[in-house]
Write a protein that binds this ligand. Structure first.
Ligand SMILES: [Zn+2]
Length: 441
């Protein structure tokens, strides 16, 4: 399934930046109930976005400081954003930054766990719908204040000492033995190389004359320095963005997380609290470097391309076994709530609800929107598909599929492969979809 691209000639483009708060209430589950619930708010969680007007039907890009928005919850929120902006949901890209002391929203997983009084809720639905209502109000307020876009800028800064590959500790056959996660204190893992990463923070800026109206930053790592302590925070990626935002109140700063399924800060982070400001500074420096090195061009022709994919479930996922896991009180809460998410994914595929892949073309600048937690290889592959373009990748759109390994990594095991909910053929489906939406034809 694919849709005809809609284009616009240059000129007439306007942008409406919007922002709203999505901080969960005290006691709310973090990361779907897998870790300690909210006890303290260290800093607010926010959603930030832009509506692009004058390029066919409006286009909405929005990014939320949550772990994930999955399946029906993603569809419902996209629909609300679309209605508020006066467009169709296929022209809405809704993404998460993927912090873990934050909500992880799946309606069906919530329905499944709510049948078991001893399990923590996945998401408070009233709170979820309050956030959706705030997003509608934020867009309604933003549209009349839309600014003219005269130029688009793009640039990148190298991030030093944040991202590292999680799957570097292997045996002679390539089996992943231990994950180098978000925080790591094991010298055997710390001493190994960074491995495959994308070291650049890419930035795209929309200008009204000389004035910056919105800056979209893209970098790729799990964004947690430490978590599981019940303290809500936007963590180092969010804190870097907020610092840029404070410095430039008239320009909205957005931060998207790329294909970070196998990327985290473990080589450079031991979870000591003093590491968080250091990691924040490193992201911040690269954001500023990218903005300083912008190539600015008059607004090029815009194109929005989408295609839908319907993945196949991983064959080992068994609905009866997952339901049994959820119901069995001797299993851990983590295992039980996680099984509810996985069962929700099977239910979603039974309904044949596809995933939309999209890309916004701004001349040579391409913004790619992907679902789940894909491996970094997908993002590098997207750049190789369009070697003359400036390709920025936002992952963590529809979170339903969880991890998306490249097919070559399936035999090598490891946590990410064990928590991948599509079968390995999803690699080819996703790659074909990426090629289709990135292509200039
Ligand atoms: Zn993750």
């Amino acid at each position: 399934m694919s849709q005809q691209p809609s284009s616009s000639s240059a000129g007439g483009l306007r942008i409406a930046p919007f922002t709203f708060e999505v901080t969960p209430p005290l006691g709310h589950s973090c990361c779907g109930g897998f870790v300690k619930s909210v006890e303290v708010i260290d800093d607010a969680l926010e959603a930030v976005g832009v509506v692009l007007l004058g390029a066919g039907q409006p286009i909405v890009l929005c990014v939320v400081d949550w772990t994930g928005v999955l399946n029906e919850a993603h569809a419902v929120w996209r629909m609300a954003l679309a209605e508020a902006a006066g467009t169709t949901p296929d022209r809405v890209a809704l993404h998460c930054v993927h912090q873990h002391n934050a909500p992880f929203a799946c309606f069906e997983a919530e329905r499944i766990v709510s049948a078991h009084a001893d399990l923590p809720h996945v998401v408070d639905l009233e709170y979820f719908h309050r956030c959706v209502a705030r997003s509608r109000a934020a867009i309604a307020q933003a549209l009349p204040r839309a600014r003219t876009v005269t130029h688009v800028g793009s640039g990148q800064g190298r991030v030093e000492g944040v991202a590292s590959n999680r799957r570097v500790y292997r045996d002679a056959t390539g089996q992943v033995l231990v994950m180098r996660g978000s925080a790591c204190r094991d010298p055997r893992l710390i001493d190994l190389p960074e491995g495959t990463i994308d070291p650049f923070c890419k930035t795209v800026v929309f200008f009204d004359g000389a004035r910056k109206v919105a800056a979209l930053h893209y970098y790729t790592t799990h964004p947690m320095s430490y978590y599981g302590d019940g303290r809500v925070t936007s963590d180092f990626a969010g804190l870097a963005r907020k610092r840029r935002q404070q410095e430039e109140p008239d320009c909205l700063h957005l931060y998207f997380t790329g294909c970070a399924g196998n990327i985290a800060a473990g080589k450079y982070n031991d979870a000591a609290p003093e590491r968080r400001p250091i990691l924040t500074q490193r992201i911040y420096d690269a954001m500023v470097a990218g903005e300083t090195a912008l190539t600015r061009v008059p607004v090029p022709a815009l194109e929005w391309k989408t295609t839908n994919v319907l993945p196949h479930a991983r064959p080992s996922l068994n609905a009866a076994a997952l339901a049994q896991m959820v119901a069995t009180k001797t299993h851990s809460v983590l295992d039980r709530n996680r099984a509810a998410f996985w069962l929700a994914w099977l239910h979603r595929l039974e309904q044949r609800m596809p995933i939309t892949i999209s890309a916004l073309h701004l001349g040579d600048v391409k913004l790619l929107h992907l679902p789940g937690e894909p491996f970094i290889e997908f993002q590098l592959r997207a750049q190789q598909m369009q070697p003359d373009d400036f390709v920025c990748t936002a992952a963590y759109g529809d979170g339903g599929p969880w991890y998306v390994p490249v097919k070559e990594e399936w035999p090598h095991g490891g946590y990410e492969v064990s928590a991948a909910l599509c079968d390995p053929s999803f690699d080819d489906q996703l790659t074909a979809a990426m090629r289709q939406v990135l292509s200039d034809k």
